[in-house]
Design a protein around this ligand. Structure first.
Ligand code: NAP
Length: 546
């Protein structure tokens, strides 16, 4: 399907063929009658689920809630096998959707976008790809995902390492044989926490290089029985309504009381119950865990207590226990046997906050204290999150201003959907919207519906050039900051805040006011004739170059 030197003239150019790009394609093409070309860097569709194929990769949102909702037939025919789907199963689902709705014919794979340039005279976006593919469209939709620009930390001497170097977010498509090898894993975020327990039993030695310990609670994966699946399908309409109207997009009931509303015994019992069932939803055990230090401390202490129970060596348990930020201020993790993995004889934890990594040699990875002989090094170091994939290509808007220039101090958006000076360019589930703070599938579908409706409305009104005004953008950025300011999110060096990349502007990027409030705001803006957007007719054809 990959094509070179091909040009596509369409209504809408979509960048990225993950969940968002495919949903955008289907909606605009099949429901709104527009022509669409999707440009995808990977060799196949799937986005984050195409790239992140490391052992143990799976979603930590219930499969039923991490599915498209546009087709009852799709719901009927697709059967998730587990409560939380594995990466291969999610990729099978994406492939099924792509085939079922004949999406691949409008996707060009192997086409990494290099530039996108707004032509003010003709009101079009011109897009070029590294492989020579070009596309021209009246609208540009960036469906590139918040977690797709891979972060590869520089370690001195890494080029001398003669073993295998892998990254969880760019895992080879062919099987990787780790059996009997000495493997080092750098990073203990969600990816590290999934890959570590999965590979520990098969490798000879596993050395985990931890800079910041994570808070992790048991995932409680389970295979779904036929009866459970049937019950889930029956409850779908109700469940989806709940997701759409929830602040998180998760099917976890929001507890309507604070942690200190319960006495110690009741709170302990409540946490215990949540620990044994909630998975990712543990963060919603009380409604003030992300706004009150005192409340948060009860949850943080509870989790640290559990780590101490799960790890037999108390000194090791302490090393694995986070103390430098509140629970939930960084994206919380869920695990299957993560902490217990450190009870194994063949697993070593290296605290690289105490003794930083210094260099790699042909056969070792070294810290300030010691050298570790390794055959394989796995980077589980995450992403240049939220803005990385948007700032990688050169996107040039009105008056030759690039997105890199406009966002030099951090992402500026109106509703997370558009940015002033970049007419007809939309971002799906990116900075300025709830995106990573909730179930991203719910966010994606909300954006896809909203953007599609706007395009249809604009076309019908004869005003197909749309742009966020500077005032609306300024006001929205203030709203995003105001929503985050009273939360404990501000107290961790997280990727929400741009702290994962040195030199990245430290601004809180997602909208923390909740999905429900955000959806209402977007709907209100639409009802008020797209308040905050400037809309104008397309330039007359005599302006177009000969
Ligand atoms: P991450 O959460 O950003 O974690 C990266 C890890 O690498 C952190 O422990 C970080 O330590 C460490 N690290 C980064 N740079 C380093 C350096 N130069 N030296 C040493 N250590 C370094 O990345 P991730 O684990 O790939 O997860 C990213 C996101 O993807 C998750 O938050 C989640 O949203 C998503 N995800 C979801 C699932 C799931 O659904 N279950 C699974 C995987 C990923 P510091 O904290 O000290 O920076």
């Amino acid at each position: 399907m990959s094509s070179t030197q091909t040009h596509h003239d369409v209504d809408v150019v979509v960048v990225g063929a993950g969940f968002a790009g495919l949903a955008m394609l289907r909606e605009l093409r099949d429901e709104r009658g527009m022509s669409v070309r999707v440009l995808e860097a990977g060799d196949d569709v799937g986005g984050v689920w195409y790239w992140n194929r490391y052992p143990g990769a799976r979603c930590d949102v219930d499969s039923t809630d991490y599915s498209y909702t546009f087709s009852p037939e799709l719901d009927e025919e697709w059967n998730w096998s587990e409560r939380y789907a594995t990466q291969p199963e999610i990729l099978r689902y994406v492939h099924h959707v792509a085939e079922r709705f004949d999406l691949r014919r409008d996707v060009t794979t192997g086409a990494r976008v290099a530039t996108a340039t707004w032509d003010d005279d003709t009101a079009h976006w011109d897009v070029t790809c590294e492989d020579g593919t070009t596309a021209r469209g009246r609208y540009l939709v960036m469906a590139t995902g918040c977690l797709s620009a891979v972060k590869r930390p520089q370690v001195e001497g890494m080029e001398d390492f003669t073993g295998q170097v892998l990254h969880t977010a760019d895992w080879p498509r062919e099987p990787v044989d780790l059996a009997g090898k000495r493997v080092g894993v750098i990073g203990t975020g969600s990816s590290g926490i999934q890959v570590i327990p999965r590979i520990a039993p098969e490798v000879a030695e596993l050395v985990v290089f931890q800079r910041t310990p994570a808070f992790s609670v048991p995932a409680h994966h389970q295979v779904l029985s036929d009866a459970e699946r049937a019950a889930l399908k029956l409850s779908l309409p109700e469940r989806r309504e709940m997701l759409r109207n929830s602040p998180t997009g998760l099917s976890v009931p929001v507890t309507r009381r604070g942690a200190l509303d319960d006495d110690d015994a009741a709170r302990e019992q409540h946490y215990e119950e949540q620990w044994h069932s909630a998975g990712f939803g543990f963060l919603l055990a009380y409604n003030d865990l992300l706004i009150s230090h005192e409340a948060n401390r009860t949850a943080s202490d509870f989790i640290r207590g559990k780590i101490a129970e799960r790890v037999t060596d108390p000194a090791l348990a302490e090393k694995l226990s986070p103390h430098t930020y509140p629970y939930g201020a960084k994206r919380p993790c869920v695990d299957t046997g993560y902490y217990e993995t450190f009870n194994r004889e063949n697993v070593t934890l290296v605290d690289i906050a105490a003794a930083p990594l210094t260099r790699a040699t042909a056969t070792t990875l070294e810290t300030a204290d010691a050298a570790y002989d390794l055959d394989v090094i796995v980077f589980a170091t995450g992403f240049d999150a939220m803005t990385g994939s948007l700032l990688k290509p050169t996107i040039t808007g009105r008056d030759g201003v690039t997105l890199q220039e406009h966002w030099a101090g951090g992402p500026l958006t109106y509703l997370g959907l558009m940015t002033a000076g970049f007419p007809n360019m939309f971002v799906i589930a990116g900075p300025g919207s709830p995106s990573l703070l909730g179930n991203v599938m719910v966010s994606i579908e909300q954006h896809v519906d909203w953007v599609s409706a706007l395009l249809v409305d604009s076309e019908a009104a004869g005003t197909p050039v749309i742009e966020a005004t500077e005032e609306a953008e300024r006001a929205w950025v203030d709203r995003v900051n105001a929503a985050a300011a009273p939360t404990l999110y501000m107290e961790a060096a997280s990727y929400y805040l741009g702290a994962e990349i040195e030199g990245k502007p430290r601004v809180f990027m997602p909208y923390a006011g909740g999905l429900r409030r955000y959806r209402r705001e977007c709907d209100e803006v639409a009802r008020e004739g797209y308040r905050g957007f400037r809309r104008s007719p397309e330039p007359s054809t005599d302006l177009q170059p000969a």
